[in-house]
Design a protein around this ligand. Structure first.
Ligand SMILES: [Fe+2]
Length: 222
């Protein structure tokens, strides 16, 4: 296992800016924590282990459709402690070229479309807009597959169709790998976990600007 130095920190930030994700190989737990802390404040750390047929649960071993996580998590990092003997590939889709294909009318509608969010932190609001404009570049995205229902608006269905047909980046994490994504740009999902299902990913939700009341500082794990 190698330590993550300042060069690696710089590379993570460059890759997040350029392509929306970064993958570091063979990191010790302390190095992974250093990399995570270099990105911002950790809102939440969760150990994710598969449970058979845990539908709708973060720990399901079933395939997970493409989505974004909690909107206050600007970055998500997964450190692979151990991987199942089969399956479990992480899937990523970049929303930037998809949003670019929407019409101005569709983008405007989605900026005014509120999607329900999970209430996790004390100051959470119950909804968040599907698209949020920024000063420069593509809108930030908040998306969940259940948004695409029979009642969904035409712009939502168009966005859902673009996501469903987008080319996926498939990454099978190995022990020591740290995958970091921009949660406001990259949709993520996962293929089914098969084989021995002896898998543990340590997930970090990271915020760039965090109100101190909800920040959960972490230290190196013993
Ligand atoms: Fe997720």
């Amino acid at each position: 296992m190698t330590p993550a130095g300042s060069v690696e920190q710089s590379r993570i930030k460059d890759e997040l800016s350029f392509r929306g994700f970064a993958l570091l190989r063979d990191l010790s737990e302390d190095s992974a924590v250093d990399s995570v802390n270099g990105l911002g404040d950790v809102l939440l750390r969760t150990d994710i282990c598969p449970k058979a047929n845990a539908r709708g649960d973060v720990s399901t071993d079933l395939p997970m459709d493409l989505h974004t996580d909690h909107p206050r998590a600007r970055w998500i990092a997964w450190h692979c402690i151990r991987q199942s003997s089969e399956g479990g590939e992480s899937l990523l889709v970049d929303s930037v070229p998809l949003i670019a294909r929407l019409t101005n009318h569709e983008r405007d509608t989605l900026r005014n479309t509120q999607a329900r969010t999970h209430l996790v932190f004390p100051a959470d609001r119950p909804t968040h807009s599907v698209l949020s404009p920024v000063k420069e570049g593509a809108d930030r995205i908040y998306f969940a597959p259940w948004l695409i229902s029979a009642e969904a608006s035409q712009p939502l269905r168009r966005l859902g169709s673009l996501i469903a047909n987008a080319e996926r980046i498939s990454i099978r994490l190995k022990q020591g790998d740290l995958l970091v994504i921009d949660n406001t740009r990259m949709l993520h999902g996962r293929k089914a976990i098969r084989g021995d299902r002896d898998r543990l990913l340590r997930r970090y939700w990271i915020s760039q600007v965090v109100p101190s009341v909800t920040s959960i500082p972490i230290s190196h794990q013993q």
